[in-house]
Each structure stands twice: as C-alpha cells, then as structure tokens.
Design a protein around this ligand. Structure first.
Ligand code: FES
Length: 103
C-alpha cells in the first residue's frame, strides 16, 4: 500500500506500475509535464517510509535528481516502483495538464 502524507487512506501498490501512474489512476494530484520520461522533474516525491521496498534509481533518474538538487530521500514518481508498503510526500501536487502555468 502507498500512503500519501496529508491524505486519508492509501492506494494499492504494484511493482509493475510506476508511482506516477498509480497516483494518476487514483486521482491523486501530482504534476507532470514530460508524461513520465524523467525529463521535467515535476513528479518529485519524498519517500518517508519504505525506501527499501522500492526499485533502485536508474541512470536517467539519477541525472534528473542531480539537476534538481534533490535530497537523498527524493525520487521521481515516474521512475519509481514499490513492491511493498511505502509512505510518500508529493512535492508538487496539482496537475499541470489541467491548466497550471509554468514556473
Ligand atoms: S513526469 Fe516528468 S520527470 Fe517524472
């Protein structure tokens, strides 16, 4: 299960579906511009619990996180998969595709 800081309840995790897709499927607001290609960095999350239940960072994610000066416990939701219980914080809630402005 995935718990999201500041939200009641939890959503089911799947090791085959990225956290970005899981959040979107469950109507949890999270920003994306690149659509999950590790390019925009808007899907940044902080992993509060269960980092050991997640996949290792791939090279594209590492490069993007470095460019963002992200902290060690941060991940790109679009590159992250969970195979157990985790808790996350969404850094940029809200969906840019719904008319957000750049910034
Ligand atoms: S959605 Fe753009 S980097 Fe994850």
């Amino acid at each position: 299960m995935i718990q999201i800081q500041g939200r009641d309840g939890s959503i089911s995790s799947s090791p085959a579906v990225s956290l970005l897709n899981l959040l979107q499927r469950n109507s949890v607001p999270i920003q994306t511009i690149c659509g999950g290609r590790a390019q925009c960095g808007r899907c940044l999350i902080r992993v509060l619990k269960g980092a050991d239940k997640m996949n290792k960072k791939n090279q594209r994610e590492i490069i993007r996180l470095q460019a963002l000066n992200a902290e060690e416990d941060m991940r790109l939701a679009c590159q992250s998969y969970a195979r157990g219980d985790i808790e996350i914080e969404i850094i940029n809630p809200g969906n840019r595709a719904d008319g957000g402005t750049a910034g």
